[in-house]
Design a protein around this ligand. Structure first.
Ligand code: GRF
Length: 199
């Protein structure tokens, strides 16, 4: 039987979250399939994970486009060509315009390495340690026009240890990210995480 939810994953780098999604989708009971992977950089290591799994993987370099709108239209065209239902950002390091976000609203999710709404933005592991925070974690959320602020689908918490470095903390959070992202895709596929921006 064809799996219901068709997922496209956008990456810029090593793609360990992509790999977690690919691995999860290999289970017969997982209600979604990864149908394409798009990278904005040809050297994104995650492209190899896609190719190894026989998933169509395309590079759409942002540098080839003078206008962000044209780059994003190329992304949307490719996602539409693959009949994608849900777009997962997994370490995709380009800001997306309101037009793109509105086009995919309710069908566009992201993973972020903090317990949102705390620590939006970049360099979060260093910032958490500098603040002597005690609990870190990761969040999967719907993407809206405000960065890292869309409806939260789910989170996992991680302790920050006294001798943590940003790299050590990042590695500990990443283990949880790899559980959380497939869990959230499953929830969406099963209709258990409706997009709701409140009233
Ligand atoms: C992850 O920490 C994710 O939370 C953040 O970017 C990183 C991507 O890592 N958005 P990877 O490319 O999935 O290994």
């Amino acid at each position: 039987m064809q799996k219901p939810l068709r997922v496209g994953v956008l990456i810029s780098g090593r793609g360990s979250n992509l790999k977690a999604l690919i691995d999860a989708a290999q289970s017969e009971t997982f209600p979604a399939q990864i149908v394409c992977v798009l990278a904005n950089r040809a050297d994104a290591g995650g492209l190899d994970h896609a190719r190894d799994a026989g998933i169509p993987a395309h590079t759409i370099p942002h540098k080839d486009y003078d206008e962000r709108r044209d780059f994003e239209q190329a992304l949307t065209r490719s996602l539409a060509d693959h009949r994608v239902d849900l777009v997962c950002l997994a370490g995709f390091m380009r800001l997306l315009s309101g037009d793109f976000v509105r086009h995919w609203q309710g069908r566009l999710i992201n993973i972020h390495p903090s317990l949102l709404p705390a620590y939006k933005g970049l360099d979060v592991h260093r910032r958490m340690i500098e603040d002597a925070a005690k609990i870190a974690g990761c969040t999967v959320h719907y993407v809206t026009e405000d960065m890292d602020a869309g409806p939260i689908i789910d989170q996992r918490a991680v302790p920050i240890l006294p001798d943590d470095t940003p790299d050590r903390l990042a590695a500990r959070i990443l283990i949880e990210e790899h559980i959380l992202y497939p869990d959230c895709v499953r929830k969406i596929a099963e209709g258990k995480a409706p997009f709701d921006i409140g009233s």
